[in-house]
Design a protein around this ligand. Structure first.
Ligand code: FE
Ligand code: FE
Length: 396
């Protein structure tokens, strides 16, 4: 019997992770064809500027799968409009292909909550479920637990290993905003995105007025980081007033300092490669520390910030020897902004307005102690920063 896969998603944008996962499923589950079904985003839902229309998502998907006759983009949910329910899609496809076996492909997260889906029983009566497992911690156990319950009710579940690149569409959109990410897009999709000006890729963000800069930055952060970044901006401004630094530079560096923090470790390396940066051994071992470097590159190249702002962002996590006032301010503001809460933060807060260098030294020492406790390596720049301040005695 012919076996047809169904793979739904937003495809905003479609990336190589989607395509690779589907191709693996074709081989592993012996599918003759897979329908890729973009869901309809309800018209009333607010979308970020630069978001594609449903038609553009469909078009990108068509480009992404062109050249492989086993893959077909299916506009059934877009045509139906409104909220997309898989049960409706499965029922329509079964009507069209009554003699084929339908295999509904999904990731582990979706599978774990399958019984919360609308009309899940009718879906389960109609299809075999193909679960794509990444082999993550606890994933197999989760699949087994959910699978046993479903199989007890007569649902057929087949498992496939998915070792496609791990990248989410959210990460993908951030990379595109930073003018890279083509490596993760199927051939032709990047050109289409640029031609249509999607995902902020063509926006000019150089020298934005402060309010607009804030709006753009907030869009690119993880929501749980926004309060920290705003707190850092306010603290940096207060410290700049106290220490006679440029208040505008302090505000801009504060708001931008974690601009690439939402990019995960491996993708930090992608950003560095895209910007032509050769990395130290330490950075390769600890890619999570790279957001200070990549943040400074984005601040310079995408936002057109001045060298003082760029440098303050560059050294906000590690510090360096002989730091200037703005660099010290951003380092210390990042450490003590109002959302920070750890033993010693009050001392740091009062010291910052009495002796900025003393506060910097205290921050560096606390970081070193913390890293040593964790058994992590300390960065060469932090060690140089502390060596430079060797013998410096805080003023209070
Ligand atoms: Fe940071
Ligand atoms: Fe920060």
């Amino acid at each position: 019997m012919e076996r047809i896969g169904i793979f739904g998603g937003t495809f905003n944008p479609p990336h190589i992770g989607h395509i690779h996962a589907v191709k693996q499923a074709i081989e592993a589950l012996n599918l003759q064809k897979v329908f890729l079904v973009p869901d309809c985003i309800a018209p009333h839902k607010t979308m970020a500027p630069g978001s594609p229309t449903p038609e553009e998502r469909l078009e990108m998907l068509k480009i992404a799968i062109s050249g492989d006759p086993r893959l077909e983009a299916c506009d059934i949910e877009l045509k139906r409009g409104g909220v997309s329910y898989t049960a409706d899609t499965v029922a329509s496809l079964k009507e069209r292909y009554p003699d084929s076996q339908l295999v509904l492909l999904m990731g582990t997260d979706m599978f774990s909550c399958f019984r919360q889906w609308r009309n899940w029983e009718s879906i389960a009566e109609t299809v075999v479920i193909g679960v794509m497992c990444r082999g993550g911690k606890g994933e197999e156990a989760a699949i087994q637990a959910a699978g046993q319950e479903l199989e007890a009710r007569g649902v057929r579940v087949e498992q496939i290993r998915n070792d496609a690149v791990t990248i989410s569409s959210t990460q993908m959109r951030r990379l595109l905003a930073f003018r890279c990410g083509d490596d993760f897009l199927p051939a032709g999709v990047g050109d289409y995105i640029r031609e249509k000006g999607l995902y902020d890729g063509g926006a000019d963000w150089k020298n934005l007025p402060m309010e607009e800069l804030e709006r753009v930055v907030i869009r690119l952060l993880n929501p749980n980081r926004v309060a920290h970044v705003l707190g850092c901006r306010d603290t940096a401004v207060d410290l700049a007033r106290c220490w006679g630094a440029d208040v505008t530079d302090a505000a801009r560096a504060g708001i931008l300092h974690d601009i690439t923090k939402a990019i995960d470790g491996p993708l930090q390396l992608t950003l560095c490669a895209a910007y032509g940066k050769i990395l130290s051994d330490f950075s390769r071992r600890y890619p999570k520390t790279l957001h200070a470097l990549t943040g400074s590159l984005v601040a310079e190249r995408i936002f057109g910030e001045n060298p003082a702002v760029v440098s303050a962002i560059r050294y906000h996590t590690t510090g360096r020897a002989d730091m200037n006032t703005l660099e010290k301010i951003i380092y210390v503001a990042d450490y003590m902004e109002p959302n920070r809460n750890f033993p010693g933060v009050e001392r740091l807060r009062s010291l910052a307005y009495e002796d900025l260098t003393g506060a910097l030294k205290l921050g560096l020492e606390m970081t070193m102690d913390h890293l040593k406790e964790q058994g992590s390596e300390t960065s060469p720049e932090s060690r140089e920063a502390l060596d430079f301040l060797d013998g410096y005695i805080p003023q209070i």
